[in-house]
Write a protein that binds this ligand. Structure first.
Ligand code: ATP
Ligand code: MG
Length: 142
């Protein structure tokens, strides 16, 4: 649902404990963007960034092992954020200073083995219509 609403240049910050489901959600977003094989989508913990091709590129970051935001700047994260694709950052709370002013923030909390609380918010005017559309779609699910 979220994946199909995202546009080129959107930035999604994922926050949640180990095993909360950040990669799992990224798989769903990638699928919503037309990535055919969700198995392709795995945590880029060691490589820091992976790229998939859906209707547009998806840049999947994982800041778990990042010790300093400089490591993000070293791979030109800003170039990706301003690029023609969608950026998704796992452990975004570790590299908040690298993020653009406007971004979507998704917090995932484990509430049971098979159950998660997912909180979506945004910063900046850019995502106002995204949020309105998401609310509409969630309403239809109820
Ligand atoms: N919404 C969900 N409902 C049920 N199970 C889930 C959900 N999201 C994830 N899981 C399960 O939780 C496990 C961990 O998920 P995932 O690898 O996505 O976590 P993560 O937040 O990316 O962890 P890490 O911090 O290690 O990267 C997986 O086995 C997955 O199947
Ligand atoms: Mg992960």
């Amino acid at each position: 649902m979220i994946g199909s609403l995202l546009k080129a240049g959107d930035v999604v910050a994922l926050i949640g404990q180990l095993g909360a489901g950040k990669t799992y959600l990224t798989k769903g977003i990638a699928e919503g963007q037309g990535v055919k094989d969700r198995k392709e989508v795995t945590s880029p913990s060691f490589v820091l960034i992976k790229q998939y091709m859906g209707r547009m590129p998806i840049y999947h970051f994982d800041a778990y092992r990042v010790k300093s935001p400089d490591e993000m700047y070293d791979i030109d994260c800003v170039g990706f954020f301003w690029g023609e694709g969608i950026s998704i950052i796992e452990w975004a709370d570790k590299v908040m200073e690298c993020l653009p002013d406007d971004f979507i923030k998704i917090t995932i909390e484990t509430v049971g083995q098979m159950s998660r609380d997912i909180h979506v918010s945004y910063q900046g005017e850019r995502y106002k219509s995204f949020m309105e559309e998401l609310k509409e779609r969630v309403k239809c699910l109820k």
